[in-house]
Design a protein around this ligand. Structure first.
Ligand SMILES: C[S@@+](CC[C@H](N)C(=O)[O-])C[C@H]1O[C@@H](n2cnc3c(N)ncnc32)[C@H](O)[C@@H]1O
Length: 301
Protein backbone atom coordinates (compact mmCIF):
# COMPACT_ATOMS: atom_id res chain seq x y z
CA UNK A 1 0.00 0.00 0.00
CA UNK A 2 2.80 2.38 0.96
CA UNK A 3 4.59 1.52 -2.32
CA UNK A 4 1.43 2.20 -4.35
CA UNK A 5 0.84 5.67 -2.90
CA UNK A 6 4.51 6.46 -3.40
CA UNK A 7 4.22 5.54 -7.11
CA UNK A 8 1.06 7.59 -7.46
CA UNK A 9 2.81 10.61 -6.10
CA UNK A 10 5.69 10.04 -8.52
CA UNK A 11 3.50 10.40 -11.64
CA UNK A 12 3.86 14.03 -12.72
CA UNK A 13 0.82 16.20 -13.28
CA UNK A 14 0.21 18.83 -15.94
CA UNK A 15 1.21 21.42 -13.34
CA UNK A 16 4.55 19.62 -12.79
CA UNK A 17 5.17 19.28 -16.54
CA UNK A 18 4.58 23.01 -17.08
CA UNK A 19 6.87 23.94 -14.20
CA UNK A 20 9.63 21.64 -15.50
CA UNK A 21 9.41 22.97 -19.06
CA UNK A 22 9.24 26.58 -17.83
CA UNK A 23 12.44 26.10 -15.78
CA UNK A 24 14.31 24.80 -18.83
CA UNK A 25 12.97 27.58 -21.07
CA UNK A 26 13.77 30.32 -18.55
CA UNK A 27 17.34 29.04 -18.10
CA UNK A 28 17.89 29.07 -21.88
CA UNK A 29 17.51 32.86 -22.12
CA UNK A 30 15.25 32.76 -25.16
CA UNK A 31 13.40 35.59 -26.84
CA UNK A 32 9.65 35.65 -26.12
CA UNK A 33 7.21 37.72 -28.15
CA UNK A 34 5.59 35.49 -30.76
CA UNK A 35 2.19 35.17 -29.14
CA UNK A 36 3.53 34.61 -25.61
CA UNK A 37 5.85 36.85 -23.63
CA UNK A 38 7.31 34.56 -20.96
CA UNK A 39 8.70 31.07 -20.34
CA UNK A 40 5.69 29.81 -18.38
CA UNK A 41 3.18 30.64 -21.10
CA UNK A 42 5.45 28.99 -23.69
CA UNK A 43 5.65 25.91 -21.45
CA UNK A 44 1.88 25.79 -20.91
CA UNK A 45 1.22 26.07 -24.67
CA UNK A 46 3.55 23.11 -25.37
CA UNK A 47 2.07 20.92 -22.63
CA UNK A 48 -1.48 21.80 -23.69
CA UNK A 49 -0.64 20.92 -27.29
CA UNK A 50 1.01 17.55 -26.55
CA UNK A 51 -1.83 16.47 -24.23
CA UNK A 52 -4.49 17.94 -26.55
CA UNK A 53 -6.19 19.63 -23.59
CA UNK A 54 -9.27 21.83 -24.06
CA UNK A 55 -9.09 25.59 -24.46
CA UNK A 56 -9.85 27.63 -22.41
CA UNK A 57 -8.08 25.73 -19.61
CA UNK A 58 -10.13 24.42 -16.67
CA UNK A 59 -8.66 24.28 -13.14
CA UNK A 60 -8.95 20.47 -13.03
CA UNK A 61 -6.76 20.04 -16.15
CA UNK A 62 -3.68 21.11 -14.15
CA UNK A 63 -4.08 18.08 -11.84
CA UNK A 64 -4.20 15.52 -14.70
CA UNK A 65 -1.43 12.92 -14.90
CA UNK A 66 1.19 13.08 -17.63
CA UNK A 67 2.34 9.72 -19.02
CA UNK A 68 6.01 8.97 -19.55
CA UNK A 69 5.61 9.06 -23.34
CA UNK A 70 3.80 12.42 -23.24
CA UNK A 71 6.54 13.76 -20.98
CA UNK A 72 9.17 12.61 -23.52
CA UNK A 73 7.26 14.40 -26.30
CA UNK A 74 7.09 17.59 -24.23
CA UNK A 75 10.80 17.36 -23.44
CA UNK A 76 11.62 16.97 -27.15
CA UNK A 77 9.59 20.05 -28.07
CA UNK A 78 11.24 22.10 -25.35
CA UNK A 79 14.61 20.98 -26.72
CA UNK A 80 13.66 22.17 -30.24
CA UNK A 81 12.41 25.47 -28.83
CA UNK A 82 15.80 25.93 -27.14
CA UNK A 83 18.25 24.52 -29.71
CA UNK A 84 16.58 25.76 -32.89
CA UNK A 85 14.91 28.80 -31.32
CA UNK A 86 11.63 27.87 -33.03
CA UNK A 87 8.74 29.98 -31.67
CA UNK A 88 6.19 27.82 -29.84
CA UNK A 89 3.35 28.64 -32.27
CA UNK A 90 5.33 27.01 -35.12
CA UNK A 91 5.84 23.91 -32.96
CA UNK A 92 2.17 23.61 -32.03
CA UNK A 93 0.94 25.05 -35.39
CA UNK A 94 -1.74 26.97 -33.56
CA UNK A 95 -2.16 30.41 -32.06
CA UNK A 96 -4.89 32.77 -30.96
CA UNK A 97 -5.82 36.22 -32.22
CA UNK A 98 -8.81 38.28 -31.06
CA UNK A 99 -9.99 35.21 -29.16
CA UNK A 100 -10.00 32.99 -32.27
CA UNK A 101 -7.77 29.99 -33.06
CA UNK A 102 -5.60 30.04 -36.19
CA UNK A 103 -3.40 27.52 -37.95
CA UNK A 104 0.10 28.94 -38.39
CA UNK A 105 3.27 27.56 -39.89
CA UNK A 106 6.47 28.99 -41.30
CA UNK A 107 4.70 30.34 -44.41
CA UNK A 108 3.17 33.14 -42.30
CA UNK A 109 4.05 35.60 -39.56
CA UNK A 110 2.83 34.55 -36.11
CA UNK A 111 -0.13 36.85 -35.31
CA UNK A 112 0.55 39.31 -32.49
CA UNK A 113 -0.75 42.67 -33.70
CA UNK A 114 -2.37 44.98 -31.13
CA UNK A 115 -4.93 45.65 -33.86
CA UNK A 116 -6.74 42.58 -32.42
CA UNK A 117 -7.98 44.78 -29.59
CA UNK A 118 -9.28 47.40 -32.01
CA UNK A 119 -11.16 44.75 -34.00
CA UNK A 120 -12.71 43.33 -30.81
CA UNK A 121 -13.97 46.89 -30.10
CA UNK A 122 -15.30 47.01 -33.70
CA UNK A 123 -13.02 50.01 -34.34
CA UNK A 124 -15.01 52.11 -31.84
CA UNK A 125 -15.17 55.04 -31.57
CA UNK A 126 -13.77 55.57 -35.05
CA UNK A 127 -16.43 53.94 -37.19
CA UNK A 128 -20.16 53.45 -37.13
CA UNK A 129 -20.20 49.64 -37.21
CA UNK A 130 -23.62 49.61 -38.92
CA UNK A 131 -22.14 51.34 -41.97
CA UNK A 132 -19.25 48.93 -42.52
CA UNK A 133 -19.88 46.87 -45.65
CA UNK A 134 -16.43 46.29 -47.18
CA UNK A 135 -13.08 45.78 -45.49
CA UNK A 136 -9.59 45.22 -46.88
CA UNK A 137 -6.87 43.47 -44.84
CA UNK A 138 -3.72 44.31 -46.83
CA UNK A 139 -0.90 41.82 -46.14
CA UNK A 140 -3.16 39.24 -44.54
CA UNK A 141 -0.58 36.51 -43.74
CA UNK A 142 -2.50 33.84 -41.79
CA UNK A 143 -5.73 35.76 -42.46
CA UNK A 144 -6.05 36.60 -38.77
CA UNK A 145 -7.05 40.27 -39.17
CA UNK A 146 -9.42 39.57 -42.09
CA UNK A 147 -11.13 36.70 -40.27
CA UNK A 148 -11.40 38.58 -36.96
CA UNK A 149 -12.91 41.54 -38.87
CA UNK A 150 -15.44 39.25 -40.58
CA UNK A 151 -16.47 37.92 -37.18
CA UNK A 152 -16.70 41.44 -35.70
CA UNK A 153 -18.76 42.76 -38.63
CA UNK A 154 -21.14 39.89 -39.54
CA UNK A 155 -22.63 41.74 -42.51
CA UNK A 156 -19.34 42.85 -44.06
CA UNK A 157 -17.31 41.24 -46.84
CA UNK A 158 -13.53 41.22 -46.48
CA UNK A 159 -10.73 41.10 -49.06
CA UNK A 160 -7.71 39.36 -47.56
CA UNK A 161 -4.79 40.31 -49.79
CA UNK A 162 -1.16 39.25 -49.82
CA UNK A 163 1.72 39.17 -52.28
CA UNK A 164 2.75 35.72 -51.03
CA UNK A 165 1.03 32.70 -52.58
CA UNK A 166 2.20 30.59 -49.63
CA UNK A 167 0.66 32.97 -47.10
CA UNK A 168 -2.60 32.90 -49.07
CA UNK A 169 -2.66 29.08 -48.80
CA UNK A 170 -2.59 29.42 -45.01
CA UNK A 171 -5.13 32.26 -45.05
CA UNK A 172 -7.47 30.16 -47.22
CA UNK A 173 -7.14 27.23 -44.82
CA UNK A 174 -8.09 29.48 -41.90
CA UNK A 175 -11.00 31.00 -43.83
CA UNK A 176 -12.33 27.45 -44.42
CA UNK A 177 -11.84 26.48 -40.78
CA UNK A 178 -13.81 29.52 -39.67
CA UNK A 179 -16.47 28.80 -42.33
CA UNK A 180 -16.17 32.29 -43.76
CA UNK A 181 -15.71 31.35 -47.42
CA UNK A 182 -18.73 33.44 -48.44
CA UNK A 183 -17.48 36.65 -46.87
CA UNK A 184 -13.66 36.54 -46.81
CA UNK A 185 -11.94 36.49 -50.20
CA UNK A 186 -8.20 35.75 -50.36
CA UNK A 187 -6.62 37.88 -53.12
CA UNK A 188 -3.09 37.76 -54.49
CA UNK A 189 -2.01 41.37 -54.89
CA UNK A 190 1.12 43.49 -54.66
CA UNK A 191 -0.35 46.23 -52.46
CA UNK A 192 -3.35 47.59 -54.43
CA UNK A 193 -2.25 46.31 -57.87
CA UNK A 194 -5.01 43.66 -58.20
CA UNK A 195 -7.62 45.79 -56.41
CA UNK A 196 -8.24 48.44 -59.09
CA UNK A 197 -11.69 50.02 -58.78
CA UNK A 198 -12.39 48.49 -55.35
CA UNK A 199 -13.19 50.80 -52.42
CA UNK A 200 -13.54 49.98 -48.72
CA UNK A 201 -15.02 51.35 -45.50
CA UNK A 202 -11.96 50.12 -43.60
CA UNK A 203 -8.49 49.38 -44.91
CA UNK A 204 -6.47 47.71 -42.18
CA UNK A 205 -2.89 46.60 -42.59
CA UNK A 206 -0.03 45.15 -40.60
CA UNK A 207 2.53 45.44 -43.42
CA UNK A 208 6.23 44.58 -43.23
CA UNK A 209 8.02 47.50 -41.56
CA UNK A 210 11.44 46.34 -40.34
CA UNK A 211 14.48 48.22 -41.67
CA UNK A 212 17.60 46.37 -42.89
CA UNK A 213 19.72 47.27 -39.86
CA UNK A 214 17.04 46.27 -37.33
CA UNK A 215 16.35 43.05 -39.28
CA UNK A 216 19.98 41.95 -38.98
CA UNK A 217 19.85 42.43 -35.20
CA UNK A 218 16.60 40.50 -34.55
CA UNK A 219 16.77 37.45 -32.23
CA UNK A 220 16.91 34.00 -33.96
CA UNK A 221 13.19 33.36 -33.32
CA UNK A 222 12.43 35.89 -36.09
CA UNK A 223 14.60 33.98 -38.62
CA UNK A 224 11.85 31.34 -38.76
CA UNK A 225 9.31 33.90 -40.01
CA UNK A 226 9.02 34.75 -43.74
CA UNK A 227 11.48 37.54 -44.55
CA UNK A 228 8.86 39.24 -46.76
CA UNK A 229 6.56 39.55 -43.74
CA UNK A 230 9.16 41.62 -41.87
CA UNK A 231 11.52 43.40 -44.30
CA UNK A 232 10.49 46.43 -46.32
CA UNK A 233 13.49 48.15 -47.87
CA UNK A 234 16.42 49.90 -46.27
CA UNK A 235 14.47 52.01 -43.78
CA UNK A 236 11.57 49.53 -43.46
CA UNK A 237 9.00 51.97 -44.82
CA UNK A 238 8.67 50.93 -48.49
CA UNK A 239 5.31 49.27 -47.88
CA UNK A 240 4.01 52.07 -45.64
CA UNK A 241 4.93 54.67 -48.29
CA UNK A 242 2.98 52.74 -50.96
CA UNK A 243 -0.05 52.35 -48.68
CA UNK A 244 -0.07 56.08 -47.81
CA UNK A 245 0.26 57.02 -51.48
CA UNK A 246 -2.43 54.69 -52.83
CA UNK A 247 -4.97 54.04 -50.05
CA UNK A 248 -6.90 57.26 -50.80
CA UNK A 249 -8.13 55.83 -54.12
CA UNK A 250 -9.54 52.77 -52.33
CA UNK A 251 -11.37 54.35 -49.40
CA UNK A 252 -15.08 55.15 -49.42
CA UNK A 253 -15.94 58.77 -48.42
CA UNK A 254 -16.18 58.07 -44.67
CA UNK A 255 -13.56 55.32 -44.79
CA UNK A 256 -10.71 54.69 -42.41
CA UNK A 257 -7.10 53.59 -42.84
CA UNK A 258 -5.46 51.73 -39.93
CA UNK A 259 -1.82 50.70 -40.23
CA UNK A 260 0.62 49.09 -37.80
CA UNK A 261 4.21 50.31 -38.04
CA UNK A 262 5.45 49.06 -34.64
CA UNK A 263 8.89 50.32 -33.65
CA UNK A 264 9.03 52.37 -36.85
CA UNK A 265 6.56 54.88 -35.37
CA UNK A 266 9.28 57.47 -34.61
CA UNK A 267 10.64 57.19 -38.15
CA UNK A 268 7.15 57.50 -39.68
CA UNK A 269 6.54 60.65 -37.63
CA UNK A 270 9.85 62.10 -38.91
CA UNK A 271 9.36 61.10 -42.57
CA UNK A 272 5.75 62.40 -42.75
CA UNK A 273 5.76 65.49 -40.50
CA UNK A 274 2.64 67.01 -42.12
CA UNK A 275 0.42 63.93 -41.99
CA UNK A 276 -2.07 64.25 -39.07
CA UNK A 277 -1.72 60.67 -37.78
CA UNK A 278 -3.81 59.57 -34.82
CA UNK A 279 -1.63 57.12 -32.85
CA UNK A 280 -3.82 54.56 -31.09
CA UNK A 281 -3.46 53.36 -27.51
CA UNK A 282 -4.18 49.81 -26.40
CA UNK A 283 -5.29 48.50 -23.02
CA UNK A 284 -3.47 45.19 -23.49
CA UNK A 285 -0.19 46.83 -24.52
CA UNK A 286 1.59 47.40 -27.82
CA UNK A 287 1.45 50.49 -29.98
CA UNK A 288 2.81 51.90 -33.22
CA UNK A 289 -0.59 51.82 -34.94
CA UNK A 290 -1.87 54.90 -36.74
CA UNK A 291 -5.27 55.85 -38.05
CA UNK A 292 -6.23 58.29 -40.81
CA UNK A 293 -9.62 59.23 -42.23
CA UNK A 294 -10.24 59.03 -45.98
CA UNK A 295 -10.00 62.83 -46.17
CA UNK A 296 -6.67 62.90 -44.36
CA UNK A 297 -5.25 60.12 -46.56
CA UNK A 298 -6.18 62.03 -49.70
CA UNK A 299 -4.15 65.01 -48.48
CA UNK A 300 -0.96 62.96 -48.00
CA UNK A 301 1.86 64.34 -50.14
C1 LIG B 1 3.75 41.66 -40.83
S1 LIG B 1 2.99 40.42 -41.84
C2 LIG B 1 1.32 40.54 -41.26
C3 LIG B 1 0.53 39.29 -41.38
C4 LIG B 1 -0.84 39.36 -40.69
N1 LIG B 1 -1.65 40.44 -41.24
C5 LIG B 1 -0.68 39.54 -39.19
O1 LIG B 1 -0.97 40.63 -38.68
O2 LIG B 1 -0.27 38.58 -38.53
C6 LIG B 1 2.98 41.26 -43.40
C7 LIG B 1 2.31 40.53 -44.55
O3 LIG B 1 2.37 41.40 -45.69
C8 LIG B 1 2.67 40.65 -46.84
N2 LIG B 1 3.27 41.53 -47.84
C9 LIG B 1 4.57 41.92 -47.95
N3 LIG B 1 4.74 42.72 -49.02
C10 LIG B 1 3.51 42.86 -49.59
C11 LIG B 1 3.03 43.55 -50.75
N4 LIG B 1 3.86 44.26 -51.53
N5 LIG B 1 1.72 43.47 -51.05
C12 LIG B 1 0.87 42.73 -50.27
N6 LIG B 1 1.27 42.05 -49.18
C13 LIG B 1 2.57 42.11 -48.85
C14 LIG B 1 3.61 39.55 -46.34
O4 LIG B 1 3.63 38.46 -47.22
C15 LIG B 1 3.00 39.24 -44.96
O5 LIG B 1 2.08 38.20 -45.04
Amino acid sequence: MAQLSHNRRAVPTVRDAIAKAARRLARARLHFGHGTDNARDDAAALVWHVLDLPVPPRARDYARRVSASAQREIDAMVTRRIRERVPVAYLTRRTWFAGLAFHVDERVLIPRSPIAELIERRFAPWVDARRVGRILDLGTGSGCIAIACARAFPRATVDASDISAEALEVASMNVRRHRLGRRVRPVMSDHFAALAGRAYDIIVSNPPYVGAEELAALPPEYWHEPRGALASGKDGLDSVRTILREAGRHLRPRGLLVVEVGNSEALVRRRFPRVPFTWLEFERGGGGVFLLTAEQVRDVR
